[in-house]
Structure formats: C-alpha cells, structure tokens
Design a protein around this ligand. Structure first.
Ligand code: SPD
Length: 296
C-alpha cells in the first residue's frame, strides 16, 4: 500500500507511475514511464520529471501530477484566459505559483498586458521546467515578465491595489500549497487587486472536493463582489476535471468575455474559445446545488 508517499520515484512500480493521494482516496491515475529525467528534493518539495509513453514529459510535485505535455493547455489556457477576457483592459497581471511557466505563456498572448509578475516560492520548479518542459517555460522569455522567488502572500502584502488580474496556479491543498486555499490568502489577493480587478485560482475538483470548495466560496463571498466557479476537463488530473474560483473586486461577473478575442490569438489556442468561456460556468446540478445552493 503506497498511500501518503511523497517521493515521486517511489510511486513508479513496474514501469508505471501511479498517482495515489489522500485527496482522491481509492482511485489513481497511472502513466507508463519511458524514463526518469530528474528526481530531487528542493527546499520545499519532491520534484520528479519523467518521460511518459503516451503524454510526453510529466512534472510531478510531492507525488502529484502537475503537468503533462499532452493536455496541459486545457488547464493553463482556461485559468489564464477566463479572467483575462473577463477583464475589459488588463494591464498588470500577477501569477502566484505556476513555476512551470505555462500560465505566463498564456498571459503573454494578451498584447495589451504591460507587466506580468510571476511569484513562485520554489525556484526548483522553474529550473526543472526550463530544462524539461521548454514549450511551457517559453513564457519566461517574454520581456514583460519579471520573476519574484518568494512567498505570494508576502509579495501581495507589499503590493496593494497593484494588479488588474491575479492568477493563483497552485498545487493541491496539502503541504506548501495548503495556505493558498484559506480565507486569509484570498483577503490578501483582494487587497492586492486594483478596483475592477479579478482573481482566478485553482479551485479543485467538483467530483472530489465539494467539501473544500463550498466553505471557501462561502467565506470569500463576504469580501469579493462576485464569486463564481468555472471548470475545465483534463484527463491527467484526478477525475478528469478541475475548477477555477473567479472572484472580483467591483466587477459583476466573469461569465461572459468583456472584450473580443483577436482571430490571431484564438488561432494560437488549443482549448479556450469564447463559447467555452461562457459554457465553463454552467455546472452540473449536483455541483451547482452543493456550491451555490441552487441551479446556475
Ligand atoms: N491535482 C493537481 C492540480 C495541479 C494544479 N496546478 C498545476 C500547475 C500547472 N501550471
């Protein structure tokens, strides 16, 4: 029985990586391993990168799949483009976490954005991505990007009313990322937003984590103007689905794009479309009832 093991390499058995974790008891996602490219412990977590048989290179942190080259766009595009298109004119964007660079790659597609700050606590993730996930780490090449290696809450404390959009691309609420799912962190994001600003965070899975999503949504509804939940499908995350919490400061709703996407930008994307933007907020009845106590 391998539950609660945090060394990614110990989760490779007979040539297969099995993602078992306490947040999805009784189920596992398995990928066939071609070769292990890197395995070490940073100051913060266990970092494993392997080449898979079917999904390209895979980044695993503390035993949990963060990115596969095959389906990463389904997550990175939606967590970035939903808030950026919901905002009428985003100029300054903060990305917390997301050290692999995939989210900043997406933010950088918005020509009107003038400044992108990436705040990642673990430089080891950035280094691993630059070496083994170059199609994600390409985000770091954009001249508008600056990188802060520090705690996101501390950075926001020092930068109040500074950002139009804040995206928190975190791992799951176990270990270093657990504070990112708590009310004080959302309060810090609220303070760091400019009026009219939008927050979009990794909001976990409606099939597995309603008991985590519901109290968080209830609690931050007291502070933010609107709080909504959208989701994407992604085969290599637990149960094939992951959500996003969209919370605003003075902005009524993120459900519709506030501006038109250029054909040029849309042609670069593999997942996000303006139609999917709106559709991603339409929840199955069980999830809508559990999170918001009603239909959509
Ligand atoms: N269950 C895994 C959730 C991981 C979310 N973050 C992924 C980082 C991709 N940039």
């Amino acid at each position: 029985m391998i539950l609660f093991v945090r060394s990614g390499k110990d989760m490779i058995i007979d040539g297969w990586f099995h993602e078992r974790g306490e947040l999805w008891p009784g189920q596992a996602m398995s990928l066939k391993v071609k070769q292990v490219l890197d395995h070490h412990r940073s100051d913060f977590q266990d970092i494993l990168v392997f080449e898979s048989e079917s999904h390209g290179n895979v980044l695993v942190l503390d035993g949990v799949i963060q990115v596969t080259e095959r389906d990463e766009h389904a997550y990175q595009e939606m967590i970035a483009h939903i808030p950026l298109f919901a905002h009428p004119n985003p100029k300054k964007v903060l990305v917390i976490g997301g050290g692999d660079g995939g989210v900043i790659r997406e933010v950088a597609r918005h020509k009107g954005v003038e400044e992108i700050v990436e705040c990642e606590i673990d430089e080891g993730v950035i280094k691993a991505s630059k070496k083994y996930l170059p199609t994600l780490a390409v985000g770091y090449d954009d001249p508008r990007v600056t990188v802060q290696i520090m705690d996101g809450a501390k950075f926001m404390d020092e930068n109040q009313e500074a950002f139009d959009v804040i995206i928190t691309d975190s791992s799951d609420p176990v270990g270093p990322a657990s504070v990112l799912f708590e009310t004080p962190f959302y309060n810090a994001m609220y303070k760091s937003l400019k009026p009219g600003g939008i927050v979009c965070t990794q909001g976990e899975c409606m099939w597995l984590h309603l008991d985590l999503i519901k109290p968080l949504v209830d609690s931050i509804t007291r502070t933010f103007t609107s709080v909504e939940y959208a989701y994407t499908t992604i085969p290599t995350y637990p149960s094939g689905q992951i959500g996003f919490i969209l919370a605003t400061k003075g902005h009524a709703s993120c459900k519709k794009p506030a501006r038109e996407a250029s054909t040029e930008l849309l042609e670069e994307l593999k997942y996000y479309t303006p139609e999917l933007h709106e559709a991603s907020f339409v929840l199955p009845a069980f999830a809508s009832r559990a999170i918001f106590g009603n239909g959509n």
